[in-house]
Design a protein around this ligand. Structure first.
Ligand code: SF4
Length: 131
């Protein structure tokens, strides 16, 4: 029986993901089963998957990045009680709190995102849904 600390298990997991990366780099297209394998892989294979995926990313993107501009249009003041969230009504986290930003501020954010060649401009709010 192998465990997460078994070097042979770790090596075979790394090999499996790097072999898949090799195939992709040679033109193979992932199948739905491949995608499912990635999604259901044990947590202790995550670094091996990231290492293999990085080789593919590096081939096609090198050190280039895409910018995504995120505008928090309403911060804090959420009526919901999601325990993990600093914006919930039960959180005492010291975060900026403000109601929905004006149209002008949202448009100014979009202009700034465009000037900085952002790929996307996302507007998010703290709430279950827009009111
Ligand atoms: S609904 Fe969203 S913003 Fe509000 S507490 Fe839950 S996660 Fe946070």
């Amino acid at each position: 029986m192998s465990t997460a600390c078994d070097p042979s298990t770790e090596t075979s997991a790394a090999l499996k993901w790097h072999e898949l990366a090799d195939r992709v780099l040679n033109g193979y297209q992932l199948t739905a089963d491949d995608a499912l394998s990635l999604l259901t892989a044990p947590d202790d294979e995550l670094l091996d998957i990231m290492s293999a995926a990085y080789r593919i990313r590096r081939r096609y993107w090198a050190n280039r990045v895409q910018l995504y501009f995120l505008m928090n249009a309403k911060s804090g003041l959420c009526p919901e009680d999601c325990g993990y969230c600093s914006q919930s009504k039960i959180s005492d986290a010291e975060i900026p709190q403000y109601n929905i930003l004006s149209r002008d501020k949202l448009l100014a954010g979009a202009k700034l995102a465009a000037e900085r060649q952002s790929k996307s401009y996302c507007i998010v709010i703290s709430s279950r849904s827009p009111s």
